[in-house]
Design a binder for this molecule. Structure first.
Ligand SMILES: [Zn+2]
Length: 432
């Protein structure tokens, strides 16, 4: 797979063939005044003087190895007066593609499925967000990948990042480099975990997990690396967080179960699971989409992200996983390869299993009647990990399935539909 897929080809060629691109994309480049394109006769010193910045800051910001070697057409990051690198704001592109509706979808749910803003999709299709769609009905949606304008800097030759991500969903950023680099990224105060794609070390990707309770708005995504000379070069641009379609629910925990619960127990248990999924295994154990952890006969009884209030204190304020209603004893299977990182009884989560899928991706299974795996075991897709139960703070037999990426609880159902390294292909990922 190549980072520069068809939908980004236009944007990646911005500098040379801007006139061929859609007007909205070109406007995004024009709005950025934080870069300078080298023209014939330029020297770094003359550029620094003209821009009113120090030569040293200009060299550091661009990771330049040899100041005498700049080329015409090269794009330079203009540092701030204090030598820091400016944040580049990105206008949302509205270059569109066609998505096909699933049964029962509305404009808003389709927009959420493609990590797009419902209001924007509604506007593009001249229909209200609540408009019901026929299965297979074509809907215009913004292209998912909108790299920052002038994303190429230093040894970074291509960036493919989402323009917007819905609360509780997981975006992906792909980066191509001209030589193997230790990339550093940050999103909402957390470091991104970059993983190589292929063997040449020139392509990497990272998940951008968005907390289900993060307020909608624009948040900077930082990307950078340390140059051979030890300078840290980075860019930042804004990514939109769009509101999710989440319900509210009140959970009444039965008296006999609630009685056993103190906030000390809740806090200690939270620390235990957080410690487990804060580990970072070097390898990725999975390349294919996840399978359902339970047979399709058993429907979702409470989706991920539902805002919750509990009759007992401090269990949480939203539903961090997906619940499937099933009778006690129903098989729970491994959805993707990994290593068992936790398998023990817990007060709130009941009989619990956590699987480490590598590179900060963990899945959790709560309220089991029985565990069938031990810590340290290698498990493969389809292996039985336990049986459905009603242990812990549960109000009836069900499987709670949770997915954590870099510690953030995200919608696990997204990973049933999408391969981990692939961006959603707008035309092909829509088959039910
Ligand atoms: Zn649950």
């Amino acid at each position: 797979m190549h980072v520069a897929r068809t939908l980004t080809a236009c944007v990646l060629l911005l500098a040379s063939v801007a006139a061929l691109c859609s007007p909205s994309v070109v406007a995004a480049q024009d709005s950025s005044s934080s870069t300078y394109i080298v023209v014939p006769g330029d020297t770094l010193g003359a550029i620094a003087t003209r821009l009113g910045v120090s030569l040293e800051a200009l060299i550091a910001a661009n990771g330049i190895q040899d100041p005498s070697l700049i080329r015409v057409g090269q794009e330079l990051i203009i540092p701030n007066a204090d030598g820091t690198v400016p944040v580049v704001a990105v206008a949302a592109a509205t270059e569109t593609g066609t998505a096909r509706a699933l049964a029962g979808e509305t404009i808003a749910t389709l927009a959420a499925r493609f990590a797009q803003d419902a209001a924007l999709v509604a506007e593009l299709n001249d229909a209200p967000p609540e408009r019901r769609l026929f299965p297979g009905q074509p809907v215009q949606i913004p292209r998912q990948a909108v790299p920052p304008p002038s994303a190429n800097f230093g040894a970074i030759t291509a960036v493919d990042a989402p323009a917007s991500i819905v609360q509780g969903r997981t975006g992906r950023i792909y980066v191509e480099t001209s030589r193997p680099l230790l990339l550093r990224g940050e999103w909402n105060g957390r470091s991104l975990v970059f993983t190589a794609i292929g063997d040449d070390g020139l392509r990497q990707f990272a998940f951008v997990p968005v907390d289900a309770l993060l307020d909608p708005g624009q948040y900077p995504l930082h990307l950078g690396y340390v140059t051979a000379r030890g300078n840290f070069v980075q860019r930042a641009w804004l990514v939109q967080v769009a509101g999710g379609l989440y319900d509210y629910q009140e959970i009444v925990v039965p008296e006999d179960k609630a009685a056993a619960l103190t906030s000390d127990v809740v806090v200690a248990e939270r620390e235990r699971v957080v410690e487990t999924w804060s580990q970072l295994t070097p390898s990725v154990f999975w390349e294919r989409p996840f399978q359902r952890p339970i047979d399709t006969d058993y429907p979702t009884t409470s989706p991920f992200g539902t805002r919750r209030t509990y009759s007992v204190a401090d269990i949480g304020n939203f539903h961090a996983g997906q619940d499937f209603g099933a009778p006690e004893g129903t098989l729970v299977v491994v959805p993707a390869p990994g290593i068992v990182a936790l398998a023990e009884p817990l007060a709130v989560r009941g009989n619990a299993v956590i699987i480490d899928h590598g590179r900060g991706v963990f899945s959790g299974y709560w309220h089991l009647s029985e565990r069938k795996v031990e810590v340290g075991m290698w498990v493969d897709t389809g292996d039985v990990l336990g049986l459905v139960g009603n242990t812990g703070m549960s109000t009836g037999a069900h499987l709670h399935w949770e997915l954590r990426i870099n510690g953030v609880a995200v919608d696990p159902m997204q990973f049933i539909d999408e391969a981990p390294f692939a961006g959603p292909e707008i035309e092909t990922s829509t088959a039910p």
